[in-house]
Design a protein around this ligand. Structure first.
Ligand code: MN
Length: 739
């Protein structure tokens, strides 16, 4: 037993040491703050006392370290430290939010709530996306949530080595998909760089270690060169009479690798493995003039390359970055990038969002983060966007760079890059978007889909009769515009459908069929997606009530299908053969023979269990109440159907080829090479093969992805071609038709 005790003692000391280290990072906390931190620490120690990390360490070391990162690396204050200490207690232990609220107050409880993952029983297509949406919804309320989340992720990434390989890959994928771009967007440069390097170490270990080794080997040479470069600058810089620092900054492993890949050059040929940075300490009002003075000093000594001058002081980047960059020709004719900035700018460049609050109020012009947060708020406001849609909107709208445009009055508006004239109209006001008839840019009429350029001055013309249509969706990229158009379309369909609903209501009443049951039978039989679609088709004369009711008879207040053989066929009725509410026009009807007769004489549909395609071996099955179903001969249900209901099987065969299309489902597996996979697959299918994708689901784990694509093909030959093409893609292992 003494050994066990000493191990416990050992761990206790370890925990206390970590805690004392945390306390040292906090600059002059007041009485109340110190008490809160102490309480949070004690509660967390107690709550996590039975848990260990994958490394074998006591779990509490994790929240302590997350708190230290918040304080020391992100520069956050006591509230964030308390929240970081408590960030896992609600998720992992018996402590409740109510308890936290009681002890620490509402604010802290709300932040911890934001950091707590959704209950795993939460039913969703993508729990990851749901959780992310949740984090962001708290972010707009208190930005510290996302910063603590970053610290949490950072510590988990730093200690990821003790995880099994498949978990490492999953965590790395999530980090590079969401956290690294978010860190970039928030200007947390140091965090972003570390995320990228840590992810690369997991996903591409060979180039990672190779570049790391080469950087190490060339370090001495590089340092010598940097010294040689700096020496002639010193005298001039001293004469400015302000405290400054000048030093060389190596590029990260990830960015070197990126360069090797994009420029297609070997490591040895990359010369800008570093930049020279000059940081000057000067008060806000003189920042700009001093930076330009330093620029002039540097370019007096070395010849600049004028086209490489970047002035992010006059116009900061959209993530808040400010700096003056120039590339000069250094000793030996090598190009050297020089970054000139002030202490304040440097802090914002390194810590972005986190440092921003410290200097809030100092900057003039639009607050870049407020604008950005407004964008997040707007996205979150859309009532009907689901989490996956949200995440994709978020990525397109809020990770991208912006364009700056102007209203006729000269007010500046910031929109995501790629936004169109119509997006602009919606960004001004939903009503202006709805009624937008024309757009003038710099006094010239442009199409609604015109892509905005920096500096455009935009005038929107509206007309009270104008309203959105389906085609508008092609002209917009912002989440706001898309969602507003979608909901207007939906509302429009619903409105238009009222007439159809009333007609159906009257008819069913006459037939003494209960309305709800009747509608349900029709929606089901004709495979409508919703009641609204059925009403809409009726209202717009796409289908007539009498035609809809033809295959039915009334039994006990319900619509019951008349067995197909008994359907009276005075004229050839139009069969309904597609799953969606869209009906085929005559030229697109497939030619199909059932029992030797044209299948058009029957009410039939294709079985959704196996989705036959022209060219497949097929058979027809007479169902109890949905007419004939056409199955593939190798349908998994076929054996069962044939064995038990042999008498209902009818022979079916394809007639001549028409240009009708069929749904085919493909299962694809492969190596997860990151977020580009979906684009590559869909590009191959839609652009190169010219086929329509109806649905696309992709998921994966452990560096492995599995996707299901539903597409429209004309026949089995075309389908085989698709399968072959996809199989030939890099990282794709298997492609098969879903059986
Ligand atoms: Mn955690």
């Amino acid at each position: 037993m003494p050994e066990v005790i000493s191990q416990q003692e050992e761990e206790k000391r370890l925990i206390q040491r970590a805690y004392r280290q945390l306390l040292r990072t906090i600059k002059n906390p007041d009485e109340q703050d110190s008490q809160n931190i102490r309480n949070a620490y004690e509660l967390a120690v107690q709550a996590h006392s039975q848990q260990r990390r994958k490394t074998g360490e006591p779990y509490i070391l994790h929240p302590i370290e997350v708190a230290r990162i918040c304080a020391e690396e992100l520069g956050l204050g006591p509230t964030a430290i308390v929240c970081a200490l408590l960030h896992d207690v609600v998720e992992d232990t018996d402590v409740t939010l109510a308890q936290l609220e009681e002890t620490f107050g509402e604010r802290i409880a709300r932040i911890v709530d934001g950091l707590t993952k959704l209950d795993s029983s939460y039913n969703s297509e993508s729990p990851q996306a749901e959780n992310f949406k949740k984090v962001l919804s708290t972010l707009v309320d208190d930005v510290r949530v996302i910063l603590i989340k970053m610290a949490d992720r950072l510590h988990n990434m730093r200690t990821i080595g003790s995880m099994p390989r498949h978990k490492q890959l999953k965590i790395a994928a999530e980090t590079s998909y969401i956290y690294a771009p978010l860190a970039h967007r928030l200007g947390l440069y140091a965090v972003k760089t570390e995320f990228q390097d840590l992810c690369m170490k997991i996903t591409d270990p060979e180039p990672y270690f190779e570049i790391a080794r080469k950087l190490q080997e060339t370090k001495k040479d590089r340092e010598r060169y940097i010294n040689e470069f700096i020496k002639p600058l010193i005298k001039h810089l001293d004469s400015i009479n302000l405290p400054y620092e000048v030093f060389g900054r190596p590029k990260s492993i990830f960015s070197v690798w990126n360069k090797i890949k994009t420029k297609q050059v070997p490591f040895e040929e990359i010369f800008d493995l570093f930049a020279v940075r000059i940081i000057v300490d000067v008060e806000k009002v003189r920042e700009k003039s001093i930076c330009w003075q330093i620029y002039s000093v540097v370019t007096d000594v070395f010849k600049p390359i004028p086209e490489r001058l970047k002035d992010w002081i006059t116009t900061p980047k959209s993530n808040g970055y400010e700096s003056l960059h120039t590339t000069v020709i250094g000793p030996g004719g090598r190009f050297v990038e020089v970054q000139i900035r002030t202490v304040r700018m440097n802090e914002i460049a390194e810590r972005g969002f986190a440092a921003h609050w410290k200097y809030k109020g100092l900057s003039d012009g639009p607050d870049v983060y407020e604008v950005w947060l407004d964008g997040v708020r707007e996205l979150l406001d859309y009532p009907n966007s689901d989490a996956l849609e949200f995440l994709s909107d978020f990525k397109t709208n809020l990770f991208n760079e912006e364009v700056y445009v102007y209203t006729p009055k000269g007010d500046m508006k910031m929109l995501p890059k790629g936004a169109t004239a119509l997006d602009f109209a919606f960004s001004i006001h939903t009503d202006i978007g709805y009624h937008c008839t024309a757009v003038k840019i710099n006094n010239r009429l442009v199409p609604l889909g015109y892509k905005l350029k920096n500096g455009d001055q935009i005038q929107v013309q509206t007309g009270s009769k104008q309203k959105p249509n389906e085609g508008w969706l092609k002209f917009v990229v912002t989440g706001k515009a898309r969602s507003k158009i979608r909901s207007a379309m939906k509302e429009e369909r619903r409105k238009q459908g009222t007439l159809g609903k009333e007609a159906l209501e009257r008819k069913l009443k006459n037939m003494k069929v209960e309305f709800d049951l009747g509608v349900e039978a029709l929606v089901k039989h004709f495979n409508y997606n919703s009641h609204v679609d059925l009403y809409f088709d009726l209202a717009t004369d796409k289908v007539h009530v009498s035609e809809l009711l033809k295959p039915f008879q009334v039994l006990g207040g319900r619509l019951v299908l008349i067995p197909p053989k008994l359907v009276e066929i005075p004229e050839v009725p139009e069969p309904v053969v597609e799953k969606s509410s869209k009906r085929r026009d005559k030229t697109n009807k497939p030619k199909l023979l059932v029992g030797g007769e044209s299948a058009d004489n029957y009410s039939y549909s294709f079985a959704s269990c196996c989705n036959p395609v022209q060219g497949d071996h097929i058979f027809a099955f007479l169902t109890m109440n949905s007419g004939l179903k056409i199955h593939r001969a190798n349908c998994p249900n076929a054996m069962h159907l044939m064995a038990n209901y042999g008498y209902r099987i009818m022979k079916a065969e394809w007639g001549a080829q028409t240009n009708s299309t069929f749904v085919a489902d493909l299962k694809i597996t492969g190596i997860d090479s990151g977020p580009g996979m979906i684009q590559r697959l869909s590009h191959e299918i839609s652009t190169n093969l010219g086929l329509n994708i109806r649905a696309f689901n992709i998921g994966g784990d452990a560096g492995y992805f599995e996707g299901q694509i539903s597409l429209l093909v004309q026949n089995t030959d075309q389908l085989s071609q698709v399968i072959q093409t996809l199989k030939n893609l890099d990282n794709v292992s298997t492609v098969s038709r879903v059986e």
